[in-house]
Each structure stands twice: as C-alpha cells, then as structure tokens.
Design a protein around this ligand. Structure first.
Ligand SMILES: C[S@@+](CC[C@H](N)C(=O)[O-])C[C@H]1O[C@@H](n2cnc3c(N)ncnc32)[C@H](O)[C@@H]1O
Length: 257
C-alpha cells in the first residue's frame, strides 16, 4: 500500500515537473505559430511583411530582418562583395529588398559607390532608413520588386527574399528583372542533394522555405560567381549566387502569369 502511494506520488511529481519545465517553451512556440497564422491570413502581401516588421517576427535583437542580416552572419558576404565590385566593375547597386539596412550600412562605409538605392515593401522601414541613413549617394524607396519597375543599376542584390515568395511570385520577380536594364543579379541560393533531403515545396508569399533555384520549377543556370553566405542549422548553407542579365533572360517563365 505504502509502496503504491510512493509510486503514485513520484509519477505525479515528475509529470508536474515536466509540465512546469516545458510550459514556457510550449507557450513560446504556440505564440509563434499563432502569429504566423495571423500573418499569413492577411490578404494583402504588403500587410503581411508590415506585420512581420512590426512584430519583429524573425525574432532578432540586432536586425528586424532576422539573424541572417546581422553583422556577424554577413562577415564573409561583405568581404566577397568587395571582390564582386572590383571584378565586375560595379558602381551602382539596387538592394532589393534592403530590409533595415543593418549589414549593408557597414558594407557601404567600407566600400564607396556612385549610387546605392535600397527598396522594400514596408513603408515604415523605408521612412526610418531615409531618416537615419539617406545622403548624396544613398537613398531608399518603397517599391514592390514583384511588379514595380526596377530602377536602373549595375547590380541588383536580392538577398533572403525569394525564400519568402511563392514560385509564382519568384517567376513574376524574374519577369520584372528581365524587363529592367540591370546588368547583374546576386541572389540567395541553396544547394541540395536531390537524392536525399531536398523536397521541392511551394509556399504562400510571406511564409518561408529553403529554395534551390537551380531546381524545378525555377531552373536557374550555373552562376558566374558564388559566395558562401551563412549556415542554417540542420538544413544547409546559404550562398549568394551571381548571374548576368542574359542568363536570367534565358530562364523560361510560365505563360500563366
Ligand atoms: C529577410 S529580409 C532581408 C532583407 C535584406 N535583403 C537583408 O539581407 O538584410 C526580407 C525583406 O523583404 C521585404 N520584401 C518582401 N516582399 C517584398 C516585395 N515584394 N518587394 C520589396 N520588398 C519585399 C520584406 O519587407 C523584408 O524586409
């Protein structure tokens, strides 16, 4: 009898302890899931990214654009971007999207350009960037890279953005780029072993997935220059791949757009 009581007490004690220890984590993840549901239920894509910005949904203390946009995460990217400027004679950059300009601010202090334009869909962020960073050669414009005409430049940097777009919106952005006169595109890419862990997946714009641009249904050609960007735990490595305009022009865009 006594043994049974002790056994029951131990069982209750450990299950209660487990609940106390795990509850904060469960609460955090639930809150995150609830917020994601709320964001993706918004009809307008601009509202989704505005909510992401306002709630610091990507949950980073240094940059509202997420951990990939911190100074530490961009160390190799910044040094290799300098190589690209020299090798490909880049004097003007369209940073599309620019996010909160966290790492690019540092890059531009060390690398002078003739002109830099940062664009983003979130008006509040563009306003803040202009208040804090605008000068003779640096300027920020609110613009939708999927459908608005892209200002001319030598290089368009599209970092950590297509991973948030549905395939249809990636295609629309590529069509928009084709319509521009920009010479080069530098964009985030992941490489997967097709026999193992890569599952091609569509999302609704505003969500997130890892994107291997060389695979179906995007089918990018081989890049002319590749920069190792940051590692994503248990998933892989992000690269920034460079393409000439003519290479992007050769990509087939589905007619249904
Ligand atoms: C993860 S952040 C990356 C920002 C920046 N490229 C960086 O490396 O820090 C993605 C950004 O894309 C912006 N964005 C999403 N859709 C967009 C669109 N259609 N046009 C312009 N900006 C967009 C979001 O508002 C967000 O600031």
């Amino acid at each position: 009898m006594l043994n049974k009581l002790i056994k029951n007490f131990k069982l209750d004690f450990f299950s209660t302890l487990k609940k106390i220890l795990f509850y904060p984590f469960m609460y955090f993840f639930d809150k995150k899931r609830q917020m994601k549901k709320k964001i993706l239920h918004l009809n307008d894509v601009e509202d989704r990214f505005t909510k992401i910005y306002q709630s610091n949904y990507w949950n980073n203390d240094e940059s509202v654009s997420g951990f990939g946009s911190t100074v530490a995460a961009t160390e190799n990217l910044r040094s290799q971007l300098t190589v690209i400027l020299e090798k490909f004679n880049i004097e003007t950059i369209l940073d599309a999207p620019c996010g909160d300009f966290n790492w690019m601010n540092l890059f531009l202090k060390e690398n002078k350009l003739k002109n830099y334009i940062g664009v983003d869909l979130v008006s509040e962020m563009i306003k803040k960037n202009n208040e804090n960073f605008k000068n003779d050669t640096i300027n920020f414009i609110k613009l939708d890279i999927i459908k608005d005409p892209l200002p001319n430049s030598d290089l368009l940097i599209c970092r950590d953005c297509l991973i948030h777009f549905s395939y249809k919106d990636i295609h629309k952005f590529l069509q928009n780029f084709k319509n521009s006169s920009i010479k080069y595109l530098l964009t985030t890419n992941f490489y997967f072993d097709k026999n193992t862990d890569y599952i091609t997946k569509d999302i609704i714009t505003g969500d997130h997935r890892i994107t291997d641009l060389n695979s179906e249904p995007i089918n990018f050609p081989k890049s002319i220059f590749s920069i190792k960007d940051y590692d994503v735990d248990n998933i892989g490595t992000a690269y920034m791949d460079l393409f000439e305009k003519s290479q992007i022009d050769s990509i087939k865009i589905p007619k249904i757009l």
